[in-house]
Design a protein. Structure first.
Length: 216
């Protein structure tokens, strides 16, 4: 009798991390311009969630290269995951900056409204900054989960994976993956760009009358 155990791991959850410090200078400039407007409108921070959030600015021509890179990377991620992307293109639903002050946090959530991918581009991460948490998206497993042998290790038993981001890091993952941030522990604010990407069918060139006649 054979004792060979065959194991297959399906339904993965992917988190993509890329070091992109070359975009820091211009994205920080655009973020700060938008933060100044937000701070002027909201002079007093919320006591429970001391954070400033800007309006959307993905159409700002100064960050065209950054926007283009993120969109193209998102397309490649979905293609690598096995989705049919040859007739689709990515577009931004939202892109805004968050400036979190001491004790601020972000509750666990997912993104809806047509979003396929979400991401973060970190601008400033002082010591004791919030950690990015990725949560197990499978409610069935969460409901019956057992104690972990070693919570410091990322295993199939893990409920949460945490990342300590650094300035210039780009994270992208599927929008159905629950995420949150721990409480911010620094006296200096943490700043990052948050964005949602959707997809649409790429425009197709019109069919000429000659081509239509050949088909007929």
């Amino acid at each position: 009798m054979s004792d060979v155990i065959n194991t297959w791991n399906y339904f993965p959850s992917s988190v993509v991390n890329i070091q992109k410090p070359e975009f820091l200078k211009i994205v920080k400039k655009v973020s700060e311009d938008n933060l100044k407007v937000t701070r002027a409108k909201n002079k007093k921070l919320n006591e429970l969630y001391p954070v400033y959030m800007t309006d959307n600015y993905f159409n700002d021509s100064r960050i065209y290269d950054f926007v283009k890179y993120v969109g193209e990377t998102g397309w490649r991620i979905l293609a690598d995951q096995g989705y049919k992307m040859d007739n689709k293109e990515m577009f931004f639903l939202e892109m805004w900056t968050q400036e979190h002050y001491k004790y601020s946090a972000m509750e666990q959530h997912v993104h809806i409204g047509g979003s396929q991918l979400i991401g973060f581009y970190f601008l400033e991460c002082p010591e004791n900054s919030s950690k990015l948490l990725i949560h197990d998206p499978r409610p069935g497993k969460v409901q019956i989960n057992m104690d972990q042998q070693d919570e410091s290790q990322a295993t199939q038993a893990s409920n949460i994976i945490n990342f300590a981001p650094k300035a210039g890091e780009l994270f992208i993952t599927n929008s159905w993956l629950p995420h949150s941030f721990t409480r911010h522990g620094s006296d200096k604010p943490m700043k990052f760009v948050h964005f949602n990407l959707g997809f649409r069918y790429a425009p197709q060139p019109p069919v000429s009358l000659e081509a239509m006649a050949e088909v007929i």
